[in-house]
Ligand binder design. Structure first.
Ligand code: ADP
Ligand code: MG
Length: 726
């Protein structure tokens, strides 16, 4: 049965019907008129930006020409390179390798090349008809051509053609997401425009405004109807920009409103342990620190201290690049809890990291007399029993551990603080289990530490309800790491450089990519590489240790220890050996096939050197031929050591969904039109607006906010929150 308005199934729209409706559903997930109206064009053909073929240059980022088809050459597999006769009836399309379409716009001729979807294009691109071709120009044999350009009928939004009369006669026509199958079913750009026009006519008047009048006014936003109409059929460029802004703003606004609301409600509920003093343990530790804290560390500790004494639960994310001194902050935070009579736990994602933390904090705790312990999966039963008892009777003040800490039989006397290192590997349930271990009626304060530099825009969105502290300053005395890009031809020079460094008493990492642990090729390149190193750096003058995931644990440990203790000069390893080994004497990091690593992985690897007092180097070895993205990554690595800058760039290049560290959990949100990488300014404005609304009306109970309340209840704003513990 046909419904009216936005709920109407699209099969009832003129030009759709049941068959195409099925396709829209399958290919685009579009079922109703409302869905359709929210499928926005991903770009616009701007008639005013059509370029004459004679003016086309190969270095243009993209090119749009309007031209008539002159000739179509089908190049078959039988006689390679020779056009086969164009007898359409006898064509066997599966034997055709390539189709060349020669087009002309009067100023010149250009070749359009197709390797796929030839049958469909062949039937469409009839000689004599005119199209708009959009694509990336490439130089080929002294001429410019385009491979697989997008093809749109030149009259897609011509206002003169009968039923199209109500389509705005603007210069821009929307181009919609489409698939091969949709195109094969005749859903061309022109058809899409017609369907969209029908949807607007049927559905738009039934669409309710989704933002209160006062917010639109305050933030300078156009009404929803205007925005929807103009995003599909822009009257002009200004209307299009205003419409995009409004739709992006709305999306980001509700996202922030949903996250911030939880935060406001929590802080209103006065739920939290008031830790009013700093305490003796903190002061004793602070006074005996072997170094002054950096300005950033001091600032962050003040922020934490203010949270803990506020009477509200702390929910804070601490970001700091590798080596920025987060451990120190964790220890001092834990000591505040101790000073107020509470216990603290520090959770690490792996056994190795837990061990490392435990070892590291001992020297800071020594002057305080606070008792600490460690609990991991491999703790012996007797140790385990002892630790359990100490936690229950309160004699253990600080416990470091892995997931073993959240097992049911671990009971705290009064857990007041949970510090979680590398949050993304802990699930929500695990964290809420930890939360329930507090017996004092209020949830423990939570500090989440991460070395994954999450770009600010992303952090604001993912952790809208978390407060964020950033350590943006490295301890003094760190020598910058000089990063060098080299290819195979420089290998002899590299080996000479390595020998010089070893002669100076330094040690060297050589890392091979191991993207997939089961991939044979990766191991082969590691093994071949290790062999070559052992030939060029022969025993006993040089000692090389090799470590990879296929070794037995004992062997791995033996080799690692040899390097850590300085008995080996060179460590050849795979990237999965990410144990965060601290070898201050290592001054050179050679990364093989560096083009295969992501930016943040490269950055983490580089962080292993530059920890000692010597000048350090990172050498990125790559093949000669690099894709544009790989080259960009390598250049960035050579240009900056700032992890946050790299992360921002990474996100711009790859999009936030792929960001390392978030991919395990996946983004909890899907954005329809806004981009976290590109719309940072709109995000800021939307957040400020959401914050102002909630400051005045945290529960959204006032009359003018009823619309906000209703919208927030919609599914898409029910954010799967993985960032907070309570
Ligand atoms: P991360 O943030 O990677 O966890 P760490 O806490 O492990 O960094 O600190 C890295 C190194 O820097 C450690 O050896 C630590 O003792 C040292 N460090 C921390 N803070 C300072 C400081 N303010 N001045 C000098 N060295 C510091
Ligand atoms: Mg650390």
């Amino acid at each position: 049965m046909a419904h009216l308005g936005t709920d109407m199934e699209i099969q009832f729209l003129p030009g759709v019907g049941p068959k195409r409706a099925e396709l829209f559903k399958k290919e685009l997930g579009v079922e109703t008129v409302g869905d359709l109206l929210k499928s926005y064009p991903f770009r616009y053909i701007d008639k005013s930006s059509i370029v004459k073929i004679a003016d086309a240059r190969p270095d243009m980022a993209y090119l749009q020409v309007k031209a008539k088809v002159k000739r179509v050459d089908l190049i078959g597999s039988a006689k390679a390179g020779e056009p086969t006769p164009m007898d359409a009836n006898n064509l066997k399309f599966n034997t055709i390798k390539r189709m060349s379409v020669w087009v002309s716009d009067g100023s010149g001729e250009m070749e359009m090349v197709f390797f796929k979807g030839i049958k469909w294009m062949y039937e469409r691109l009839k000689p004599g008809s005119e199209f708009v071709f959009f694509g990336k120009p490439t130089a080929f044999g002294g001429k410019i051509n385009m491979v697989h350009p997008e093809v749109d009928s030149a009259s897609a939004n011509s206002p003169s053609s009968g039923t199209d009369s109500t389509i705005a006669a603007g210069a821009m026509t929307g181009v919609y997401p489409s698939t091969e199958r949709m195109k094969n079913a005749g859903v061309t750009g022109k058809v899409m425009s017609k369907v969209m026009e029908a949807a607007l006519n049927r559905g738009l008047s039934n669409m309710e405004e989704t933002l209160p009048e006062y917010i639109m006014k305050q933030c300078g936003l156009v009404p929803l109807h205007f925005a929807i109409r103009n995003i599909h059929f822009p009257k002009d460029l200004v209307s299009l920009e205003k419409s995009k802004y409004r739709l992006k703003f709305e999306e980001l606004f509700y996202l922030q409103l949903s996250l911030l609301k939880q935060k406001y409600i929590r802080s209103r509920e006065d739920l939290g342990i008031r830790m009013s003093k700093v305490g003796d343990a903190f002061n004793k530790c602070y006074e005996s620190l072997p170094f002054p804290l950096t300005g950033a560390q001091k600032r962050v500790i003040t922020e934490i201290r203010n949270d803990m004494k506020s009477g509200h639960q702390m929910n804070r994310l601490l970001q700091g690049d590798v080596g920025s001194g987060k451990t120190m902050v964790a220890v001092l935070t834990a000591l505040i809890a101790i000073g107020n009579g509470f216990q603290a736990c520090i959770m690490a994602p792996t056994e190795v990291l837990a061990q490392q933390h435990f070892k590291n904090i001992q020297k800071f705790l020594a002057p305080t007399g606070v008792k600490s312990a460690i609990l991991t999966g491999s703790s012996k039963t007797s140790e385990r029993r002892e630790v359990h008892a100490g936690l229950q009777d309160g004699s253990i003040g600080i416990i470091v551990g892995t997931h073993a800490l959240i097992e049911d039989n671990v009971i705290f006397q009064n857990l007041g603080l949970a510090i979680i290192d590398e949050q993304h590997r802990f699930g929500v349930e695990q964290r809420s289990k930890l939360w329930r271990k507090s017996s004092c009626g209020a949830p423990p304060h939570v500090l989440v530490m991460t070395a994954t530099p999450i770009p600010r825009t992303l952090a604001m969105t993912l952790y809208g309800d978390l407060d964020v502290s950033v350590i943006d300053e490295l301890p003094p005395g760190r020598k910058p790491v000089q990063t060098i890009h080299a290819t195979d031809s420089k290998r002899p020079a590299l080996y000479k450089f390595m020998k010089d460094q070893i002669a100076l008493g330094r040690q060297i990492f050589i890392v091979y990519p191991l993207i997939n642990e089961t991939e044979k090729l990766d191991y082969q390149s590691l093994e071949a590489g290790a062999e070559e190193i052992m030939q060029k750096f022969p025993f006993p003058d040089y000692k090389t240790a090799v470590v990879h995931g296929k070794q037995l644990n004992d062997v791995k440990k033996f080799n690692m220890d040899a390097f850590a203790a300085g008995r080996a000069n060179i460590l050849v390893a795979t990237s999965v050996i990410e144990v965060g080994v601290d070898v201050p004497n290592a001054s050179v990091m050679v990364i093989e096939s560096a083009e295969r690593f992501g930016l943040s992985q490269l950055h983490q690897l580089r962080g292993r050197v530059g920890r000692g007092s010597e000048k350090s180097y990172c050498v990125l070895m790559t093949g000669h031929k690099l894709s544009k993205e790989s080259r960009h990554r390598i250049e960035l690595m050579c240009a900056t050591e700032n992890g946050f800058e790299l992360a921002e760039e990474d996100m711009k290049m790859r999009g936030p969904g792929d960001l390392e560290g978030t991919q395990q959990s996946g983004l909890p949100i899907s954005l329809n039109i806004a981009s976290l990488a590109k719309d940072g300014l709109i995000l800021n404005a939307a957040r400020d607006c959401a914050d102002a609304v909630l400051r005045e009306d945290p529960t959204l109970t006032s009359d003018r906010n009823q619309l906000l309340r209703r919208e927030l209840k919609k599914d898409k704003y029910q954010i799967k929150d993985f960032s907070k513990i309570s």
